[in-house]
Design a protein around this ligand. Structure first.
Ligand code: ATP
Length: 347
């Protein structure tokens, strides 16, 4: 796969405060890439560096191998869709979408009409050409914004929390729609969100950010199953994170017991952290458990019960389709594949 966008050692300061601290990243052509991280970690700034709206203090931006660090936004083959749709209120749907084409002054009216109609069909707004944008629902307005972003066939579409203002149900529908759209258009989408589920649902690649730099890059499955550190593990869904000792390859000690795992290559008796997802702990009768603990709290969550279980001073979170009773002594089993080992964070 070839790289369409590369960032090399990007540093951005705002008012002397570091916002990006030497960020490097390669984005492959036709990928759906998501920048994921907590508020203020620098996701939007990274997107704006790619779009050309923020000049890095140092570092370079490459597009198809060419240095575009100093190229103004309108000369870059990228378009942006913002959270607030930024539609022109005085123009109808057709004219909002046609805007980018008219600016180019390359196409005649008939071609413009054809292209806009095609694009409106792609985003599911055929027949809406003459509608006033202010009368559209949030989801429809965002579709207009996306059509406007795609109309002049950019190589890369930047999307800055485009679904942030929509309600949960519509948001979920639009997530799937955006993924389909990206595949249908066969271009690169670079998406910003602080919503883990959204990132895992849509992306080919997730870039987890924290404090102005990248923590981990990987497929959603890798990021979920093999978080590189405690920050990623806890940011990507609920986790049990517990200190352990890697006794040797495939054998780790934690919570006062030894467990077989699938990890190797750590030092002999290296101090590590162990991640176990709540849904990966099997609840068994106490006598059969690798660990035993006392149920402190049981919360019904619809699809599963969430249980808080105390074991040797640590409170485990377990998701199970069967709820135990508070006060009950239960056994817990954790299979080798469910144990994820990380290097221990430096104190
Ligand atoms: P959010 O999810 O809240 O949008 P983010 O991860 O996208 O967060 P950025 O918008 O990139 O974060 O902001 C990173 C930091 O840079 C924040 O502390 C923010 O206040 C600061 N910042 C962003 N833009 C500017 C600006 N134009 N001037 C000054 N500070 C800025």
């Amino acid at each position: 796969m070839n790289e369409i966008v590369s960032l090399k050692n990007i540093v951005v300061d705002f008012d002397g405060e570091p916002v990006l601290t030497g960020l490097s990243l390669d984005i492959h052509d036709k990928e759906f890439v998501t920048f994921l991280g907590p508020s203020g970690c620098g996701k939007t700034t990274t997107l704006r560096v790619i779009g050309g709206f923020v000049q890095p203090k140092s570092g370079n931006v490459f597009f198809n191998g060419q240095d575009i660090t100093h190229l103004p936004p309108y000369k870059r083959q990228v378009n942006t869709v913002f959270q607030k749709y930024a539609l022109f209120p005085h123009l109808n749907v057709f004219e909002n979408v046609a805007f980018g084409l008219r600016l180019q002054k390359k196409l005649d009216e008939k071609e413009i009409r054809l292209r806009v109609q095609e694009m409106l069909e792609v985003v599911g707004l055929k027949g809406y050409e003459r509608r006033d944008t202010s009368n559209l629902s949030g989801g429809q307005q965002q579709r207009v914004a996306i059509a406007r972003g795609l109309i002049n066939h950019p190589k890369v579409l930047l999307l800055d929390e485009p679904l942030g203002a929509l309600d949960l149900k519509l948001r979920k529908e639009m997530q799937l729609e955006l993924k389909r759209l990206q595949q249908a258009m066969d271009i690169t989408f670079i998406y910003v969100t602080h919503d883990q589920e959204e990132a895992l649902t849509m992306s080919d690649t997730v870039v987890v950010m924290h404090d102005g730099d990248i923590q981990q890059i990987g497929s959603p499955i890798d990021i979920y199953n093999e978080p590189i550190n405690a920050f990623v593990a806890s940011f990507i869904g609920e986790s049990n994170i517990i200190d352990g000792i890697m006794l040797r390859d495939f054998m780790v000690e934690f919570a006062g017991n030894e467990f077989t795992c699938v990890d190797k290559g750590f030092g002999h008796n290296e101090l590590v952290q162990v991640v176990v997802r709540p849904e990966d702990i099997q609840v068994v009768p106490a006598i059969q458990g690798q660990l035993t603990g006392v149920v402190k709290e049981v919360i019904f969550k619809g699809v599963h019960y969430e249980m808080h279980v105390e074991q040797a001073g640590y409170e485990w979170i377990i998701h199970s389709t069967q709820g135990s009773e508070p006060g009950e002594l239960i056994g817990m089993c954790i299979g080798p594949d469910e144990i994820h080992i990380m290097q221990r964070a430096e104190a």
